[in-house]
Structure formats: C-alpha cells, structure tokens
Design a protein around this ligand. Structure first.
Ligand code: NAD
Ligand code: TYD
Length: 367
C-alpha cells in the first residue's frame, strides 16, 4: 500500500511525512516543487529509507502527476502543496493563483482520471484529502463564536481566496464526479521546520540575532494555534475515518493575541538562551540585549489584516474522536527548544532569497 502526498518538503508536509514514516508501515511518495518554502534538509533523516520516495515536480504538471499515479498506484492522495504566506500573497498573488487554484485543478484532473480507472474495491476505498485553512472563513469579531464547518466562506487575502477556490473545486469534484474527497480546515500551526517568514519562527530567529521583533499594527490580532504534530494526527484520523464529501475543522482551542505570543517567546528565550550569556547585540542600537522583549518593535499593519481566527473543533472530536495531545505551553516550549537545537537547519533555509524577502517586507536594514 502507498499514499502520495504533495508539498511534503514544506513545514506541515515534512512533519506529516516524518510522522508517517515513523508510525506507519506504508510507503509514502512525496511530490514537491521545492519552492523557497520546500526544503529537503527537513527530510534528511529519511535518507535511504525505502518507505519514502521523493519526487521533484509540480502539482500543476498534469502529465507528470498522471505518470506518478500510474507508477505508484496510491490508495490516497493528500494535497499539502500550496503557496502559504499571506504577506507574500499581498506582494505577488500570481503564484498563489497558479499553484493553489490552477495547480489543485490539474491535480484533481489527474486524480479523477486515475480514480475512474481503478477496479473495486480500490475505487471505493480511494481518498483525496485536501489540506486547507481556517482563513477561508474570513475574520471574526471579538464576541463571535468560533468557525464551524458551516461558516460562510469570506476569504480576505489573496492567499485565503485562492485556498477557498481550491476548497470549492475539491467539493465540486465530489458532487459532480463522485471523487471520494475529504477536506480539513486547520488553524495556525507552529512547531519544528516552520519557515522563518511566519510569526513564531521569525520571532525566534530575529531575537537570537538581536534584530527587531516586528509586530504588525497593535498586536491584538488573534490566531488559534495548534502544534503541527497534532495537525498531522488530525489529518491521519480524517483520512482513516472521515466521511467522503465532509469537511473537518482542526484546531486546539488556543486563541492568543500576537503580542502575547511574542512576549511568551521572549520569556522562553530569556530562560532557555539568555541574551547576556549569548552576547546578543541589539542590531539597531549596538548595545547588548538584556531581555529579548527589548527588541519588540511595532510596525505598519498588514493590509486587510484579519483580526481574529478561532476554530470550533467539536465535529472532529465528536465524530472521529480526535483531540490535540499538546497544550500550547508544552508545544511552544518544544518549538523553542527545537529551534535552539537546530540552528544549522535555520541557517540552511535563510539563503539569499530569504534575505531578499526580508528586505522587501521589513526594509533593507532588517535583512
Ligand atoms: P509551506 O509553504 O511551508 O510548504 C508548502 C510546500 O509546497 C513547499 O514544500 C513547496 O515547495 C510545495 N509547493 C508549492 N507549490 C507547489 C507546486 N506547485 N507543486 C508541488 N509542490 C509545491 O506550507 P505549510 O505551512 O506546510 O502548509 C501546507 C498546507 O497546509 C497548505 O496547503 C496550507 O494552505 C495549509 N495550512 C497551513 C497552515 C499553517 O499554519 N502553516 C494552517 C492551515 C492550513
Ligand atoms: P503568520 O505567521 O504570517 O500567519 P497568518 O497570517 O497566516 O495568520 O502571522 C500570524 C500573525 O502574526 C498574523 O496576525 C500576522 C502577525 N505577524 C506580525 O505581527 N509580524 C510578522 O512579522 C509576521 C510575519 C506576522
């Protein structure tokens, strides 16, 4: 038996692949385009492991995907591949349309052809699982209840709009062609192998380098954080027991304001990697840093910034018996420890194109 994942060299995909190989006795084929966000170093521990096959390619390349499906005959396809960073989608939405919408369409077409050609019982047992986000539901006011699966789609950024479009295509392939699909909509993830353009790894990396810790706007925007391994276990559970055509919200009931996340990270770093001991110098003033919170800097807000996301995860708990294993406190401590122990990985992903991105988003003096 084999499964095919796409985007398995990215943050969540790599965690999923690593967990799969360590916990399941089933081969995993990993199709990834290796954009700036894809990193084979995240999978280096799998070198030589026959259960993992890496294939460099694009989900939008239908003939290549058809060939892969014919060769490996997977029982399921899990689509993690996407352009995923909201700020990048504001600077350049084209790549988001290309991969998230057109790429998902091409992938669905290849999968539809493959699935239609399967014999029973393989045809009935086949699954296409689409990994999506809570951002498709838009933004909540402070007193509004958390997003349920029935919440109206109201995407506000080019990123979330393209993810919403892909969710609709997946839904349509079920209703029109009967393709056995499952969709998961998850809240913000954090954990190992998270690319340092996103809030949590960016704050850790900048703090250790004595750089400004950029907080957009008033820092009171709320995200609902889930440890990445919990997201992976939720996806596995949906794959195993989810009802075709259904969507499942995945979340950890961990709503936090951005400024509180940044302060928590500073506190953990003060404890685990004191700035004085490490001789961290504030890059803006040239003076030694005593406490990392000194580096917090409020910067211009993100255009169209969603105020609050919150996931109502009762359906997956009620119907599939899934609950997160990690609390925010245990997960965030594991994450900080992981970054401290994996500085080589961090250095490896912060190449020239990363510095170009930082200069574009935060100004040349921060690159
Ligand atoms: P990521 O940006 O870290 O990784 C994306 C991966 O997809 C990279 O390895 C990249 O090389 C690959 N990729 C991009 N375009 C491709 C293409 N055309 N063909 C093949 N591979 C391609 O993203 P992530 O944070 O790991 O997110 C994975 C999925 O989970 C995405 O679909 C995202 O929308 C969704 N999601 C993310 C979060 C989060 O907090 N990160 C939360 C909910 C849902
Ligand atoms: P991010 O990690 O980009 O995830 P998303 O936009 O998908 O939720 O951002 C999380 C929150 O942190 C979001 O409200 C934007 C904010 N943020 C900052 O305040 N500063 C930053 O430098 C970044 C990258 C994000």
């Amino acid at each position: 038996m084999t499964i095919l994942v796409t985007g398995g060299a990215g943050f969540i995909g790599a965690n999923f692949v690593l967990n799969w190989v360590s916990q399941m006795d089933e081969m995993i084929v990993n199709l990834d385009k290796l954009t700036y966000a894809g990193n084979l170093q995240s999978l280096s521990s799998l070198k030589g492991d026959p259960k993992h096959v890496f294939v460099h390619g694009d989900i939008g390349d239908r003939p290549a995907v058809q060939k892969l499906l014919a060769e490996y005959r997977p029982r399921a396809v899990l689509n993690f591949a996407a352009e995923s960073h909201v700020d990048r989608s504001i600077h350049g939405p084209q790549g988001f349309v290309d991969t998230n919408i057109v790429g998902t369409f091409q992938l669905l077409e290849a999968v539809r052809g493959y699935w239609q050609g399967l014999e029973e019982p393989g045809r009935m047992e086949f699954r296409f699982l689409h990994v999506s986000t809570d951002e498709v539901y838009g933004s909540l006011k402070t007193d509004e209840p958390a997003f349920t699966e029935g919440h109206q789609y109201q995407p506000n950024s080019p990123y979330s709009a393209t993810k919403a479009a892909s969710d609709h295509l997946v839904r349509a392939y079920h209703h029109t062609y009967g393709l056995p699909v499952l969709t998961t909509n998850c809240s913000n993830n954090y954990g190992p192998f998270h690319f340092p353009e996103k809030l949590i790894p960016l704050i850790i990396v900048n703090a250790l380098a004595g750089k400004a810790l950029p907080v957009y706007g008033d820092g009171q925007q709320i995200r609902d954080w889930l440890f990445v391994e919990d997201h992976c276990s939720g996806i596995r559970r949906v794959l195993e027991a989810g009802t075709c055509g259904e969507t499942y919200n995945i979340g950890g009931w961990n709503e936090k304001a951005n400024i509180d996340i940044v302060r928590t990270l500073c506190g953990l770093l003060d404890e685990l990697a004191p700035a004085i001991t490490r001789n961290v110098i504030n890059q803006a003033t040239g003076k030694p840093v005593e406490h990392y919170a000194e580096l917090i800097t409020y910067v211009a807000d993100r255009p169209g910034h969603d105020r609050r996301y919150a996931i109502d995860a009762r359906k997956i708990e009620r119907e599939l018996g899934w609950k997160p294993a990690e609390t925010f406190e245990s997960g965030i401590r594991k994450t900080v420890n992981w970054y401290l122990a994996n500085q080589e990985w961090v250095k490896g992903v912060m190449d020239g194109s990363y510095r170009d991105w930082v200069a574009l988003q935060y100004g040349a003096s921060n690159a």
